[in-house]
Write a protein that binds this ligand. Structure first.
Ligand code: AMP
Length: 214
């Protein structure tokens, strides 16, 4: 299975991409996670990406595309992948098509998780993550068993800087303006699947699974 997820930041695509990847037994490749790991490890890539991430803006296309190209050449990706957070711009989508053409493994579906923007801001500002293992929670919809503490490892949860209200709103506006042209791009290829992202995680997962297998 080779699928990309499209949707506003906070639309729940990270959660849904992870669930679909597990069900389909393919790798879940999240560009935000790869960038954060590079920032944490203070790699040259992380140093380049950090300033953009702190402002809630996209890392430049050339940097992001090179990173994804390298990741897709790793052996696990040959069996398929769910890409989450990439592509986020039309040039990224076009570059992805060229990469997959070179590998003779075209993309199968672009899954657009549709949610309204008010719901997105609420979701983002309630999101909490574990700084140790990356587990994601939400104060309303997916609370940890003990408030503020990771279920898996007991570490105190944090709110990512780029999930704070003001930064989140800016990020949504900037990002969607750049990502929106991907919808007609994939529709034109007959690959766009639109799924209602509102509601419970399990209900959305059922719709996602029906869409990719239908
Ligand atoms: P995310 O976890 O997907 O919200 O990504 C966190 C941050 O990483 C974003 O705000 C961007 O700064 C950067 N990033 C992740 N994916 C991309 C991408 N495809 N293109 C450009 N920047 C990205």
């Amino acid at each position: 299975m080779r699928v990309v997820f499209l949707g506003l930041p906070g639309s729940g695509k990270g959660t849904q991409a992870a669930l679909l990847a597990r069900a389909a037994r393919v790798s879940h490749i999240a560009t935000g996670d790869i960038f954060r790991a590079n920032v944490r490890d203070q790699t040259p890539l992380g140093r380049t990406a950090r300033a953009y991430m702190d402002r809630g803006e996209n890392v430049p296309d050339d940097v992001t595309i090179a990173m994804v190209r390298a990741r897709l050449q790793e052996p696990d990706a040959a069996a398929g992948f769910i890409l989450d957070g990439f592509p986020r711009t039309l040039p990224q989508g076009q570059a992805l098509d060229r990469m997959l053409e070179d590998l003779a493994t075209p993309l199968e579906h672009a899954l657009y998780l549709r949610v309204d923007i008010g719901a997105v801001v609420r979701r983002l500002s309630g999101r909490r993550v574990c700084p140790k293992d990356g587990a994601v929670y939400h104060v309303e919809t997916q609370p940890p068993k003990t408030p503020g503490v990771c279920d898996l490892c007991g570490t105190a949860l944090i709110q990512r800087d780029d999930d704070r209200d003001e930064v989140a709103r800016h990020r949504i506006r900037v990002q969607w303006a750049q990502a929106e042209p991907l919808l007609p791009y994939y529709a034109g290829q007959g690959k766009l699947l639109e799924v209602d992202g509102a509601g419970e995680v399990t209900a959305v997962a059922a719709r996602v699974s029906a869409a990719v297998s239908g």
